[in-house]
Design a protein around this ligand. Sequence first.
Ligand code: ADP
Length: 518
Amino acid sequence: MSIRLRLTLWYSGLLAAALVAFGILIYAIVYQNTMGSIKTRLMNEAENVDVASTFNSAGELRILIRTSNAIDVSIAAQAVNYTQDPRGRIDMQTSNLNALGLKFAYPEFDGIKTGRYHAETLKGYPFVIYEKALVLPENGAIIGLLQVGAYTKNEIVYLSQMRTILWIAGLASLVLAFVIGLFLARKALRPIEMVTEAAERVQSGSDLKLRIPGESQDEIGRLTRTLNHMLERVEKAYNVLEESNVAQRRFVSDAPHELRTPLTTIRGNVDLLEKVWSETGDSDAQDQQNGQDSVVVKPKLSPAEREELSREALHDISDEARRMSRLVNDLLSLARADAGYVVDKEPIDLLPLVEEVARRAGFLPRKAEWVVGPLDALAGVRVVGNRDYLMQLLFIFIENGFKYTPAGEVRLEVYRQEDRVGLSVADTGIGIAKADMPRIFDRFYRADESRGRTAGTGLGLSIAKWIADMHRASLEVQSSPEGGSRFTVWLPVDFSECPDYGIMEASVRPAVPDSEQS
Ligand code: ADP
């Protein structure tokens, strides 16, 4: 059953109950008034009836009654005598009663003294009758019963008409109220229907950008606004999911491809070694493809040439194996990140960690100079984090710095602000084009400048981003295509055990324009 119908039924039911109660009340009041006035009149008339007693020729007591002249024609009286017969005998009736040949029914002698009323219909004539005992003034003996009756046809018709009117009026108002109620409920619920229709359109269509129109200030407007906000959130969540799906698919399709390259090189070199060291040797010259390198195996190699060739092949194999192992490690880190792996964290003193990184970075192969700026700002600073992962993050920045800086310097700097600390690796290398900036944290993304010129997997910065996220840290990249890049990770300082840190002097961080935050 629709809400509209339910509402209307409820309200019509309530209205019907109210109308019935109201009708009963009105009818009861009118009935009481009408009948009450008749009864009062009857009692008054009974008081005005003159009663006399006389003895007839047979010596029996007879009761005589005389009504006042002003008595209403609709009022009749009769006197019942009990002196001769305990079942009673009508001694006298008013002429209007006599003329119609009617008799009020009377009881056997029951000795009542107080007056009483009852209703009676005689030959189709309705009466209300008042009865009171007739008492001999001399000795107080009850000799009979006086019955004064009022003809109530008019009142009964009047009351019956009133009942009919009340029924008809009640039913008519109920039907009218039901129809109007249905119409009003429909009108009131129309906006909800519109919202539902719009929501259905959104649900059945594929366009998540659809919004429900009309945002009035009433309850419906509130509902619409809430639904629209919900849709907005659903759309955002869907987009995030879709993006992550796309990234996932790209990851799955890119990973084997990236693994195949070193494998091909290794296999090529192993084939070469086999041929070089095979006892028979080939008589024809063969070309072995090894990436872009082309190696020609001559039919008869001198031992020195064979040794030289083997050393080169082994060197290539070792390089590629290292690259592959690194790639596999990176893939493992990212797979863990995707699986929702949460790193163990503990409070760490940052200064020793950064000093250790700075020391080890000095051993990395590089062409640029390695400069470590003052690390004093880190004295006593702690962060909640994972030591190994934080070191990995810094090494990603530093190795990139070395990789993409053919000459110049790579510098490690630290900054302290109120509640965060920045670890920054700046280089004077090839820089990053503006168009590449938004994508460098994507998996397997390598800017064109880097492809083919430097070894790399395009996974380093994705891992750095994941590590930063795990530490609730933000990443900042500043770079210009003319040269020079700066990667900074901002870590929240842990104040839990060192309440004095808050008043430590914060070093001022130079503002560098054109930065990319992640
Ligand atoms: P990889 O270095 O293995 O290619 P990364 O994810 O570490 O992968 O980096 C993604 C890309 O971002 C790199 O290919 C490179 O184009 C660019 N990039 C990262 N660091 C630097 C840097 N210090 N200078 C210039 N370009 C950089």
